[in-house]
Structure formats: C-alpha cells, structure tokens
Design a protein around this ligand. Structure first.
Ligand SMILES: [Zn+2]
Length: 240
C-alpha cells in the first residue's frame, strides 16, 4: 500500500510541487521528536541531577567512542572504503556508531556518497547552498523531496553482512548504544542512573549540531545552572 502511494506521489506531474505542500507533511516527525525530546529530557535531568565526576568523564569518553564510530566507521571505512577492518572492529564501529543516532550505516553511507558525488548541488542531501542550519540539522528534520537525492552506488554495502545486520535491526542498535548502554555503565558502575542518561544525551548534542553551536548551548546551560543553584541557595538561606 505504501509502495503504491509513494509511486503515485513521484509519477503524477499534476501534483502540488514539493515545496508548496503543507509543512507538516514535509517534516520528518520521528527525527524531529528524537532531536528535540531527548535533549530536552537531558537538559531537565542535567538541572535536577548532581553532576558526578565519574559520569562526566564517562560521558566524554563515550561521546568520543560514538564519534569514532561515525568518523572511523560510517565515514572512512564504509562510505569511502579507505581501509579494511577486522570483524570485531567492524562490529564495534557498528554498535558505537549507532550510539550517535545518525541512522544506519547503509542509510548514512548512501547519503554521504551522494553528497561527495554531487557536492553542494540540488542532488546533495545536505548541500551547503541551502544554508548553515539546513546543512547541519535541517536536512534531518525535513524530508528530502522524493527522487531528488542524487544516485550513488551502494551495491558493495548491500553485500556487507555487518551493514545489512545493523540496518535491519537499527532501532535496537540505536536504542541500546545511544541510550541503554551509556546509562547502564554509569548506573551499574557507580549507581548514577539519571546522571548517566542526562550527561550522555547532552554530549550527544554535539553529534546533532556543530561543535561551536553545541559549545554555546552547553556553556549557557552550565552558566545558568550555576546561577540557578546560587539563587536557590540564596532563597533557602533567606527562608531559614
Ligand atoms: Zn566523506
């Protein structure tokens, strides 16, 4: 049923042009909710949970682990085939890379190959021509126009068992590597369940946006958190 619907959307020229369709139909709701709700819950947790040094260190370490999953795995190993990796390393990359919640290897590499082939053209899924916001986060929030993203050969990835396995079970990979595993380490390791979740998710902001933008957000949060703590302490001492 879905197939028929998609085909008729693409084929009928009489239909309303993509950019004239209602905004709510062009928004990728799953991505939007993931990219707004999880940081919001994390910001709330960050304000209401004491920050433990162990949790902070673990969050930074795991943030870089998921980052290497993307840069070393998704990007250089699978999208560009820059080198070959042993099976244990491939499995590690597939897991920690999913922790950055940037989609499956197959989906990411297909878009990335199209990006290199058609850099900054209409066929580039995250063309810089569409502006800073669009090329960093907008392309995840808005659905691409059907059939617009340029062709990229991914036949090699379709034959890769690790890529296929991660793609088929991607929601489980993302949930366990992005949310459950980092929380479990802090929870079972030193009893900081809430902190493990909050700090990890705050650092994940870096994966969604540019480091500069995320630094500003993080700094603002830290400053306002310190301010709020001292205001609250002031009020408490006045009430005593
Ligand atoms: Zn590249």
């Amino acid at each position: 049923m879905t197939g028929t619907k998609t085909r008729s959307n693409v084929d009928e020229p009489s239909q309303v042009p993509w950019n004239k369709r209602p905004l709510y139909k062009r928004i990728h709701w799953v991505h939007t909710l993931l990219l707004t709700l999880t940081p919001l819950i994390a910001v709330y947790g960050f304000f209401t949970t004491p920050l433990l040094t162990k949790t902070l260190i673990w969050s930074i370490v795991y943030y870089f682990m998921t980052g290497i999953g993307i840069t070393g795995g998704y990007h250089r190993l699978w999208s560009h085939k820059s080198y070959s990796a042993t099976l244990p390393l491939q499995l590690t990359y597939a897991f920690v890379g999913a922790g950055a919640v940037q989609g499956s290897i197959k989906w990411w590499s297909r878009g990335h190959r199209a990006h290199h082939r058609h850099t900054d053209t209409e066929k580039d899924p995250y063309s810089a021509e569409k502006g800073l916001i669009y090329s960093h986060i907008g392309w995840l929030i808005m659905k691409p126009e059907p059939g617009k993203i340029g062709y990229a050969d991914t036949s090699d990835l379709n034959k890769d068992p690790v890529v296929a396995f991660q793609h088929n079970f991607y929601p489980y990979f993302a949930l366990s590597a992005g949310f459950i595993f980092p929380t479990l380490v802090a929870g079972l390791g030193w009893g900081d369940w809430r902190g493990g979740y909050s700090s990890q998710q705050l650092l994940a902001l870096y994966s969604y946006t540019t480091p500069l933008f995320a630094s500003i957000v993080l700094l603002t949060i830290l400053v306002s958190r310190a301010l709020m703590t001292s205001i609250l302490q002031g009020i408490t001492s006045l009430l005593r």
